[in-house]
Design a protein around this ligand. Structure first.
Ligand code: GLY
Length: 127
């Protein structure tokens, strides 16, 4: 069965989130446009452009305890060669003491089809 555009975008977005959790810089960089822009809590209210800000966190390495990332109630809006994926991101973690916790943040991610491939061009994450 052929994958719909919505399914493709959800798969790519999940791959992006998993690459963050696994500190897989090669996959993250492949999915992103090099001029990626974002607002995220780590940027303290500043609009960040480019990849270097994000690379810093990947260099810290992957989470050392079990973790899982879920897009809850994702919504996909396709507008030609641009698409918006919005959802609540649930991050499940186990801390060093073995206790599990869940954190929820709202995310909006914008994708643009460039030369036949979807590239991540902008995101906004809540506190
Ligand atoms: N901080 C990297 C990302 O959420 O895409």
């Amino acid at each position: 069965m052929t994958e719909s555009v919505t399914q493709e975008l959800l798969r790519l977005n999940q791959k992006l989130l998993d690459s963050i959790a696994n500190a897989d810089w090669a996959s993250y960089a492949e999915l992103c446009d090099p001029t990626l822009t974002c607002f995220e809590p780590e940027a303290l209210g500043q609009l960040v452009t480019g990849m270097e800000f994000h690379r810093f966190y990947f260099q810290l390495g992957p989470a050392k305890t079990p973790h899982n990332t879920t897009m809850a109630s994702p919504h996909v809006r396709v507008m030609g060669d641009v698409a918006i994926v919005s959802y609540v991101r649930l991050n499940q973690r186990v801390d060093a003491d073995g206790a599990s916790s869940v954190r929820a943040v709202e995310e909006t991610r914008v994708w643009q089809k460039q030369n036949g491939k979807w590239k991540h061009v902008h995101f906004h994450r809540s506190m």
